[in-house]
Design a protein around this ligand. Structure first.
Ligand code: SDX
Length: 390
């Protein structure tokens, strides 16, 4: 059971679904978007090309990609009144909580429901979501630092604009380091979709009631926030820093992770589906080494991560449970090297996952799927006569 009860075929869809978007093979460690391997896409495509592929089903022609980029630029301005909403949050608010609230608030400024049967309207809504979500995601960082909010730079590409939105100072020009832009582009591709994971299933479930795209994505952000899901990349860094502070004794933390009386788990290890290496982890691990070398960053945390991974992969407890590093184990190390603060790591995951959420929401609506209604197995009291306990 995948968490939903799939009843006899006669019963309308109760939560499980069919999809043409992403294929996973947990035993073989295979991940494909619309039939293309994640290895090929991470190496040969850009994040916007992959976003287009996930959402519309085919890799874009040069003209389609240019039109998609222009569509995003056209909608990159966020209503100035949204600043009143972000001003209401304390600086200490977690960026994921702010992002979820701001994403839902976008509905207030874009009240027109998305008519999924109208291709043009759907396309506009998708470009609007890709553009405005990126801007407000960076606003959560700027707000937490007490910095003025930046605007999307329509003269730059999507990932370059992200860097500019995050780090541009109020005065003077900003040029993003191409090494960082390339690394982020690849990381966003690796996070773009992952079949019916917790947050994507949430987006589909909320969208199945015909709630709008912004409201559905906002729910996905909240689901992703959890430390067992997207919040794991932040938890991995905090765990590695704790091990480092504790003198780097990985064996001690492995023992904690195996102790049933200890709630500690090895963050960044294990997966609901992969019972083999998460293919994304392999690519990110290689990228982490390359990025740190290229940027000349010496990070003892990377050495701790490698030591911990080696020990866990050789450990009987982890081997017998098919616990391997997942997408979150190394990604935080790269984000840190790129100057992204720890509490923004899950926001980075959300930016990468956005096209997947959009694609899955669009597919569910275009397939005219019924409202999601997972069933249950009742294990409570049988009928009993009322007798007051007063
Ligand atoms: C993501 O679904 C997706 O696709 C998600 C994702 C995506 O792209 O959307 O891939 C992104 O969420 C990756 C996962 C990030 N989370 C973490 O890294 C948190 C740490 N991992 C665990 O909490 C856990 O592995 C889960 C939640 C990821 C998976 O949990 P499962 O499949 O329900 O595993 P389980 O709880 O059934 O564990 C099986 C056994 C148990 O021991 P026993 O009861 O058999 O003795 O393995 C143990 C668990 O205690 N175990 C771990 C462990 N993960 C599982 N023990 C120590 N450390 C761990 N990390």
């Amino acid at each position: 059971l995948t968490g939903y009860i799939t009843l006899d075929p006669g019963y309308k869809n109760s939560g499980s679904c069919t999809s043409e978007i992403t294929f996973l093979d947990g035993e073989e460690g295979i991940l494909r978007y619309r039939g293309y391997s994640i290895e090929d896409l991470a190496e040969k495509a850009s994040f916007l090309e992959v976003s287009y592929l996930l959402i519309f089903g085919e890799l874009p022609t040069a003209a389609q990609l240019e039109d998609f980029e222009n569509g995003i630029k056209k909608h990159s301005l966020v209503n100035e009144e949204m600043k009143n909403i972000i001003d209401g949050f304390p600086k200490t608010a977690h960026p994921m909580g702010v992002l979820s609230a701001l994403t839902s608030a976008l509905t207030a400024f874009n009240p027109k429901a998305v008519n999924v049967d109208n291709e043009k309207e759907m396309y506009e809504a998708i470009c609007k979501t890709m553009a405005k979500f990126l801007v407000i995601a960076t606003w959560t960082y700027r707000k937490s630092m007490g910095y003025p909010l930046n605007y999307y730079d329509n003269t730059k590409g999507y990932v370059e604009s992200f860097m500019q939105l995050m780090f541009k100072l109020p005065t003077g020009p900003y040029t993003a380091n191409p090494v960082i832009v390339n690394a982020l582009d690849k990381l966003f591709i690796l996070h773009a979709d992952h079949e019916q994971n917790c947050s994507t299933s949430t987006v589909r479930m909320v969208g199945s009631s015909h709630a709008g795209l912004f409201a559905s994505v906002s729910a996905g952000v909240s689901a992703l926030w959890g430390p067992l899901h997207g919040g794991a990349n932040q938890a991995v860094l905090e765990m590695l820093e704790e091990i480092n502070k504790d003198g780097g004794d990985t064996e001690k933390f492995l023992a904690k992770a195996k102790d049933k009386n200890d709630p500690f788990r090895l963050m960044g290890f294990g997966h609901r589906v992969y019972k083999n290496f998460d293919p994304r982890a392999k690519i990110i691990k290689k990228a982490a080494t390359e990025v740190l070398e290229t940027l000349g960053v010496e990070d003892p945390i990377l050495d701790i991560a490698r030591k911990l991974e080696k020990a866990a992969l050789e450990d009987e407890y982890f081997k017998s449970r098919n616990l391997y590093p997942n997408v979150d184990f190394y990604s935080g190390i790269i984000y840190r090297a790129l100057g992204i603060p720890t509490d923004m790591f899950t926001v980075m995951f959300a930016i990468g996952r956005l096209p997947g959420w959009i694609a899955q929401w669009k597919e569910m609506r275009e397939n005219k799927e019924p409202i999601g209604r997972p069933r249950q197995i009742y294990t409570g009291h049988p009928l009993r006569e009322f007798k007051s306990n007063k």
